[in-house]
Design a protein around this ligand. Sequence first.
Ligand code: FES
Ligand code: FES
Length: 213
Amino acid sequence: MSDPSEKGKIPGPDSAVELSRRDFLRNTGATVAATTVAPAVLGAAGARAQDAPPATGTDIQLTVNGVSHRLTVQDHWTLVELLRDHLQLTGTKIGCNRSECGACTVLVDGQPMYSCSQLAVWMDGRQVTTVEGLVQDGQLSPLQQAFVDHNGAQCGFCTPGQLMTATALLNSNPSPDAAAVKSALVGNICRCSNYNAIVEAVVDAGRRNGGAA
Ligand code: FES
Ligand code: FES
């Protein structure tokens, strides 16, 4: 007869403890019962969340592509959510949503930043530029035109972020060589691996425009 204190232990090759079929089914049944109960517990928690008072917002003012906006933002909104879902500027893309791919890059006060990892509430008083802001008077920027000419976009999903980081580079270094471009774009992943064309486009944009992006 087995020791009751040994029940539930997994017997080793030399173990004298026997896990009977009845024990196994009893334990499995307990697991199933626990799994069945879990949604009820979660349901109660969900009901409590619904009873919680609505989140309050914060009033901010920011300038996006030269246009001033006064908005009330929820404290959990990210900048990319604000841009895409509330200002309808969907040129900025969400790839990883956790600071790894660079698809969401925008300029904040001229500096490239991952908009998925910036809270909207932090943008109070800031100047934001998105890919939509690169077009001037209906004309592509020289950098955008160079991307077209060098086939810098394949699927194009990374392209807005690549353009914003490259724009910041060209603003600080009007004539970057390939090494400088590669270094600047290290935080922008291209899943199509179109890196050679992207680097050529940025170098050529600096060359053909006398430096300005
Ligand atoms: S979506 Fe922001 S870094 Fe990938
Ligand atoms: S062009 Fe497809 S991810 Fe870069």
